[in-house]
Design a binder for this molecule. Sequence first.
Ligand code: AP5
Length: 185
Amino acid sequence: MERTAIIFLGPPGAGKGTQAARLSQELGFKKLSTGDILRDHVARMTPLGQVAKPIMERGDLVPDDLILALIKEELSDRVVFDGFPRTLAQAEALDRLLEETGTRLLGVVLVEVPEEELLRRLLRRAGLEGRSDDNEETIRRRLEVYRTQTAPLVEYYEKRGVLKRIDGTGTPEEVYARIKGALGV
Ligand code: AP5
């Protein structure tokens, strides 16, 4: 079986996790969410969790070397990446890893949503779930980190012809249909 990967890219609150979960389930791929893995480490207070907790509460990024070690541990033959890569260094390391393992990148799904809507969604989730980084100050920092450190990946993948821009507004079902259409799956 051919080894394949899909990447979900987009700002906090764009719906990456929601859509990646659905797509991975339907295609029988593993969903690899660095945010979920880190939150699990924080909940268990592992050494990684202790390092990651204050960084995540500020809305900054966990160092690349720690993230890359996680990815190597969790990589699978058919994988949907949610929230990874997030820096140019992570993207370059992933390229090497995909090449070494003979994994084909099926596409990079960029989920786009206006900033006011992102803020609305995340503040609503703060009320419902109480995620510790869903407060207004941290959300604004996460958005700024996205703009400065992650947004350059859009051009990186666009140049390689693998970027699929998706309008992330509307219902989750509408967004999902757009993603499937763009990926041709
Ligand atoms: P991570 O967990 O990846 O958080 P994030 O990127 O901020 O993304 P979110 O989970 O908030 O949003 P999402 O786009 O997945 O949207 P979701 O589907 O949840 O990262 C958290 C932290 O971990 C980072 O800040 C960093 O510190 C660290 N980290 C993680 N990965 C890292 C990496 N690679 N390198 C370094 N550090 C890393 O939806 C959001 C809300 O909107 C939900 O309530 C959902 O129900 C709702 N929603 C979804 N779709 C719709 C829709 N169509 N209409 C209305 N509401 C919707």
